[in-house]
Design a protein around this ligand. Structure first.
Ligand SMILES: CC(C)(COP(=O)(O)OP(=O)(O)OC[C@H]1O[C@@H](n2cnc3c(N)ncnc32)[C@H](O)[C@@H]1OP(=O)(O)O)[C@@H](O)C(=O)NCCC(=O)NCCS
Length: 164
């Protein structure tokens, strides 16, 4: 079986469109232009959110990414919405024979994602959460939490009581 059998003309054209805009978004600035290019690709972005340079927002399924209001996505962040389903992978196979599985990524309002971090498929980052630089986020992050490391762990949570 060909590794590329599932591809159609429409999916190839869509890939060229989203990949080209993705590459353009890598070096655009100021951030308003970068945000506009990602919106054109299909990423949902709320009000007053920043997207830095050199960010990769899923090349294949940008419409599966939802970014809230006042979010800071800093330089070099990667957000991924697809990965290979490795559950049936066996010795002698090629990983590309495994089908893709998809997961929407939701970044809620007021989140800040540190430089060079990667957000994996299916993850929701709760309102007001902070992701430390170069973290790999594989699971949901609760609101007003600080997650750092690879894989990212919660090391702090800000509470409403502390703010009063
Ligand atoms: C996560 C962050 C916000 C924490 O800042 P902070 O509250 O001042 O925390 P500290 O520096 O006191 O670190 C607290 C602990 O987390 C660890 N830590 C901090 N940042 C980390 C990171 N990115 N990855 C892994 N561990 C980290 C520290 O080593 C320390 O561990 P310890 O308690 O075992 O000593 C900050 O380190 C960070 O990564 N900010 C993002 C920076 C960035 O992306 N800048 C460019 C764009 S604006």
């Amino acid at each position: 079986m060909s590794l590329y059998e599932h591809r159609t003309v429409k999916s190839v054209l869509k890939g060229i469109w989203t990949h080209t805009l993705s590459d353009i978004a890598m070096f655009t600035f100021p951030y308003q232009v970068t945000v506009a290019v990602h919106k054109l690709r299909g990423v949902k972005v709320g009000k007053r959110s920043h997207i830095g340079r050199n960010c990769l927002l899923d090349d294949h399924n940008p419409e599966m990414i939802e970014i809230g209001d006042r979010v800071g996505i800093t330089y070099g962040v990667k957000i991924i919405c697809h990965k290979r389903d490795m559950s049936k992978y066996k010795y002698g196979m090629n990983p590309q024979q495994c089908p893709f599985i998809y997961g929407k990524v939701k970044i809620e309002d007021d989140v800040h994602i540190g430089i060079g971090s990667t957000i994996m498929p299916g993850v929701t980052i709760g309102k007001g959460a902070v992701i430390g630089a170069c973290s790999l986020v594989t699971k949901d992050v609760p609101p007003y939490s600080l997650a750092v490391g690879s894989p990212a762990k919660i090391i702090k949570t800000w509470t409403k009581e502390e703010a009063e």
